[in-house]
Design a protein around this ligand. Structure first.
Ligand code: 6PG
Length: 221
């Protein structure tokens, strides 16, 4: 595993933001564009705040989401609400280059709409992901039969992490991306990280090759 360790969550955010900015710029330099999926949850917030200050040509960036909770638009618990407050409302990215998951329509309808949108485009260049305490990533939880779904986005109805209804990029689609970056901070992630390091095939372990940015608190002694 390619694990990049930081002493604490703030240094992790700075290191991850610097690397993400570099990869966005590499993608823009190579193909004129970067198609990026953002992670949800709380961990990425500090990284997103740091990304505001990075030298990125946001006009050439398209933003998608790794997963979304089925809550009303603007709900503070939605992943796109956090991403807008931490980053997207602070950078000059054209509004039509931000593609929220329409999870307010319900998981089934939203997954169908998002899959259609994604299927008409090349794979994403870069996907940011988090790590759940049970080893989930995006909204792919351990033991879920949809884990090998072929569509780009999948509907989740029984997520153990509330809310139960969500939409997630599928494992297949995440694996097809150019690169994956997983952010994990805090002692709550120790168990999941150790299980993954010792070979347990938890969802975050089987997304394909990934670069892990972790802080010391997430590393078990
Ligand atoms: C979500 C996220 C989820 C998250 C992990 C870690 O909707 O909750 O997509 O996959 O990344 O649960 O969450 P924290 O960063 O808050 O620990």
């Amino acid at each position: 595993m390619d694990i990049r360790r930081s002493p604490d969550s703030q240094v992790l955010a700075a290191n991850a933001a610097a690397y993400i900015a570099e990869r966005i710029n590499d993608s823009v330099a190579a193909s004129g564009f970067c198609r990026l999926a953002l992670a949800g949850g709380k961990t990425p917030e500090a990284t997103y705040v740091r990304l505001r200050e990075m030298k990125i040509n946001w006009q050439q960036v398209e933003v998608w989401f790794g997963d979304e909770r089925c809550l009303p638009v603007g709900d503070p618990e939605r992943n796109d609400t956090m991403a807008r407050q931490a980053l997207l409302d602070h950078v000059p990215i054209p509004k039509d280059q931000i593609h929220p998951i329409p999870a307010e329509l319900g998981a089934l309808e939203a997954a169908g709409i998002y899959s259609k949108l994604l299927n008409h485009k090349p794979p994403l260049d870069l996907i940011l992901l988090g790590l759940g305490e049970d080893g989930h990533t995006a909204s792919i939880f351990p033991g879920q039969e949809i884990i090998e779904a072929s569509s780009a986005a999948v509907a989740i109805f029984d997520a153990p992490k509330p809310p139960p209804e969500r939409v997630s990029l599928s494992l297949t689609y995440i694996r097809d991306a150019g690169e994956r970056i997983i952010l994990a901070a805090g002692s709550g992630k120790q168990d999941a990280l150790r299980r993954i390091q010792t070979g347990e095939r938890l969802p975050a372990a089987i997304v394909g090759k990934a670069i892990w940015f972790v802080d010391e608190a997430a590393i078990s002694n």
